[in-house]
Structure formats: C-alpha cells, structure tokens
Design a protein around this ligand. Structure first.
Ligand SMILES: NC(=O)c1ccc[n+]([C@@H]2O[C@H](COP(=O)([O-])OP(=O)(O)OC[C@H]3O[C@@H](n4cnc5c(N)ncnc54)[C@H](O)[C@@H]3O)[C@@H](O)[C@H]2O)c1
Ligand SMILES: O=C(O)C(=O)C[C@@H](O)[C@H](O)[C@H](O)COP(=O)(O)O
Ligand SMILES: [Zn+2]
Length: 392
C-alpha cells in the first residue's frame, strides 16, 4: 500500500538540546535529546531517566576508552551504583555468545528488575543491549546513548533490538523501547569516516521512502555531512529522528508501514550475511541493497530514469558502494536463499519495499514481478564476475 508523506520541516539546532518525541500508544512516549556536548552540559537529564539505583553500562573495547568514564560519572554523581560490561567490537560479535556476557555481568552483580541498562555505542551495542534488557529477568529498563551516525539517525530509536544468527540477520530479538535516547553529537568527532558514511545510507532512506524535501536537502548538503559540519549534521539527525519517530508511532511492531524502513534491507541483509558478518558495514550493505531495489523498481516501470539516476548519484555523493566488488562471494543462489528467510516473508511469500511513482513514494508489497527481482540479482552478480575477470 502507499505510504503517506510527511510534511516538510526545516529547523537548525539551537544551543539547548532539541527534543524529538516518540509518541507511542498508551502514553509510552519517550524523548530523543539531540545536542552538542550533552554529556557534559545536560547530564542530569540523562541520569533522570534511570529509575532504579543500579545501572549497567554496556559498551565495547573501542568506545569505552573514549566515553565510558564520562557516562559512568554522570550516573555516579546522581547517586547510582554503576557496573560496566565491555564487549568486543564488531558486527561479528552481535551474537548470542556475546550477548550472554551482558547477562553474566548483571547476574554476577545481583542486578534485579529495577536496574537500568545503558547502551553506549553504535547500532551493534544498542541492538544487543536493548535485547539483553528485553530479556533479562523478563524485561528491565534501558537507555540509548548512541555514538555512531547509524545509531543516532536510526537504530537507537524505535525499539527493534536483537542479535544475528548464522542463518539470518537480526533473527533473534524483541521490540523493547528505551526510556530515552540521549544523543551527544560531539561523540561523532571520533567516529571514523567509513562509519560516518555508512550512517548516511539510512539518512538517504528516509528521503526516498517518505520525505522528498529531506532528500532534496541531502542532495545539497551531503558534502557538508562528509565535512562533518556540525549544524548540518544536527539537522540531518533531527529530521531523521522525526521521520523514524513518526513511522514507529504509526506502526510500532511492523504490522505494515514500519516495514518501509527496510528499503534496501532484504538485498542488503543478504549481502551482510552472505559476505560474512562484519565484512560490510550495515549502511554499506543497505546502500548496495537500495541500488538493487531501485534497479528492480525501474525494471517494472514503477519509477522513471531520472529517479534512478538521482538514487545512484546521491549514493555516490555520499561515497557509498552501489555495486559488489570482484572478490564478492555473492551468487544468485546465495541472494535467493538468504532473501527467502527475510523477516518480511509471510506465509512463504516475500514482500519487498520498492520505489513507486515520484520521489518520496514507496510500496511494501508482495505484488511484484519475480522475474524483475531475478534480473536485478543476475545483473549485480554479473557485475561481480565482470570485475573479477578484469583483475585476473
Ligand atoms: N534497531 C534498529 O532499528 C537498527 C537500525 C539500523 C541499524 N541497526 C543495526 O546497527 C548495526 C550497525 O550500527 P553501526 O553502523 O553503528 O555499527 P557499530 O555499532 O558496529 O559501530 C560502527 C563502528 O564504529 C565504532 N564507533 C561507534 N561510535 C564511535 C565513536 N563515537 N567514536 C569512535 N568509534 C565509534 C564502533 O565501535 C564500530 O567499530 C547493525 O547491526 C544494524 O543491524 C539497527
Ligand atoms: O526500525 C526499523 O523498523 C528498521 O527496519 C530500521 C532498519 O534500518 C534496521 O536495519 C533494522 O534493524 C532492520 O530490521 P529487520 O527487522 O529487517 O532486522
Ligand atoms: Zn538498517
């Protein structure tokens, strides 16, 4: 079905935090705070969202040396007992054995149902800590302190939590909403360029699925995002969070419209799994998947050439991959078998998010031409083979 548009907004960040609300049903609203240096200037706000006395802060070996001491001191200053759990870094550790380390730490310290888990890191940490919180003693509170672009614009918002399985991406998980999302944009200063670009992939997604004015803004401002212009970044984060909050509020548990946030993900998740978790960053795989979904939409005559060209151009402007390289292990069979276990499959039928009509319109549908999907996959696999032939 067709997805409603959002109305255009434009706001530059003020010096105090911006607050985007995620207006869930039954009064379960929660705030997303966005601002520069919030971990220093607005620490009481963060601490106020932890209700009990015990706080388990979970981070990874890369982020902990940068920000853990600050976050721990915020909760200590608020009189909380703090515990920490430092996981190995990387998508390849977004799995059940690593998740178990969080439960170990919580149990070892006797944390009860009134404790709060704090996710300090990128999307991997956020998804894992969220799921640990959803399942520990059948559910405890958690707070998201995202430190990557990907986590700030997408993963920390909306309560999709979980871990990967060898046979499929994010296959084990739960919907569990955080008490708040606390975004200190200054943490992006230490984020490597490759990770920064990966997050831009999901920013582009919002424009394509529902927010044409935001897409047009991105066409002008992506060079500034790559230069890390703080004002432009703050606006991109805010508009992304607004889009995500609206979609999640409309369909918290993905009965329909929320699935549109999966544009490019059916192909992209197949690429992530099929190449070995951690080889591609999530946003890179989504960029390739978005190029594939666009190609397929065009093949069916659902979008015109100029929109296809704009999608290709914006992904290239963000220096994101749009094809697989010559050494990619992806084959047509791998694509088809991995896509057949996608979570959007219903009663054995695959549903995809495809672009249709003008910029900013998409559909979530099983009513597509199978041949077009196979032709797209064949094209992308043939490009791998062509590149491999050239290097040999
Ligand atoms: N739940 C959702 O709705 C949702 C949405 C999008 C993505 N995701 C998931 O998020 C994950 C990808 O997230 P990601 O791109 O943040 O990957 P990530 O968590 O692996 O972080 C990327 C890399 O950057 C490092 N890093 C993060 N912040 C840093 C900082 N401020 N300074 C220095 N290094 C920093 C991390 O340690 C890691 O090495 C995937 O598993 C994806 O499935 C979930
Ligand atoms: O929040 C959502 O809904 C999304 O689909 C956001 C995606 O960007 C994200 O990658 C999500 O984790 C994918 O979910 P999945 O259900 O396809 O595993
Ligand atoms: Zn994603």
């Amino acid at each position: 079905y067709l997805v409603p548009h959002r109305s255009p907004t434009s706001t530059a960040l003020r010096s105090e935090p911006e607050i985007v609300s995620v207006p869930l049903a039954e009064g379960r609203n929660y705030p997303i705070y966005i601002g520069a240096d919030l971990l220093n200037s607005d620490s009481e706000t963060l601490a106020s969202h932890a209700k009990g006395n015990d706080i388990l802060i979970v981070s990874n070996t890369k982020i902990a040396p940068l920000y853990l001491a600050r976050v721990e001191s915020i909760f200590k200053s608020a009189g909380k007992n703090t515990y920490t759990c430092i996981l190995p870094d990387g998508e390849e550790y977004k799995d059940l054995p690593t998740l178990n380390l969080i439960y170990d730490e919580a149990l070892k310290n006797g944390l009860d149902r009134k404790c709060t888990f704090v996710a300090l890191g990128g999307g991997v940490i956020g998804d894992m800590v969220g799921y640990a919180a959803a399942s520990y003693q059948r559910g405890v509170d958690f707070i998201q302190v995202p430190t990557s672009v990907m986590a700030m614009v997408d993963s920390s918002v909306g309560g999709k939590t979980g871990v990967n399985h060898a046979l499929g991406k994010n296959m084990i998980g739960a919907f569990h909403q955080p008490n708040c999302v606390f975004i200190d944009t200054n943490t992006l200063e230490t984020l490597p360029d490759r990770e920064l670009k990966s997050g831009i992939s999901e920013i582009i997604k919002y424009g394509l699925i529902r927010d044409a004015p935001f897409f047009e803004w991105q066409e002008k401002n992506i060079p500034e995002l790559l230069k890390r212009n703080p004002t432009i970044f703050a606006e991109a984060i805010k508009r992304s969070c607004e889009n995500k909050a609206e979609v999640v509020a409309a369909d918290e548990k993905e009965a329909g419209v929320r699935a549109t946030l999966n544009l490019g993900h059916t192909f992209g998740h197949a690429v992530e799994n099929g190449s070995g978790y951690g080889h591609w960053l999530h946003g890179e795989a989504v960029a390739i998947g978005t190029a594939m979904a666009t190609d397929m939409s065009a093949r069916m005559g659902w979008i015109d050439e100029s929109l296809t060209a704009r999608v290709q151009s914006i992904l290239k402007l963000a220096d994101l991959p749009t094809e697989l390289p010559g050494d990619s292990p992806m084959t047509t069979e791998k694509f088809l078998s991995l896509m057949s276990v996608d979570k959007k499959v219903a009663n054995g039928v695959l549903r995809l998010i495809l672009l249709k009509g003008e910029l900013g319109n998409c559909v979530f549908t099983s009513d597509f031409d199978d041949n077009a999907m196979k032709e797209t996959i064949d094209l992308y696999v043939s490009m791998i083979k062509e590149k491999a032939a050239k290097t040999n």
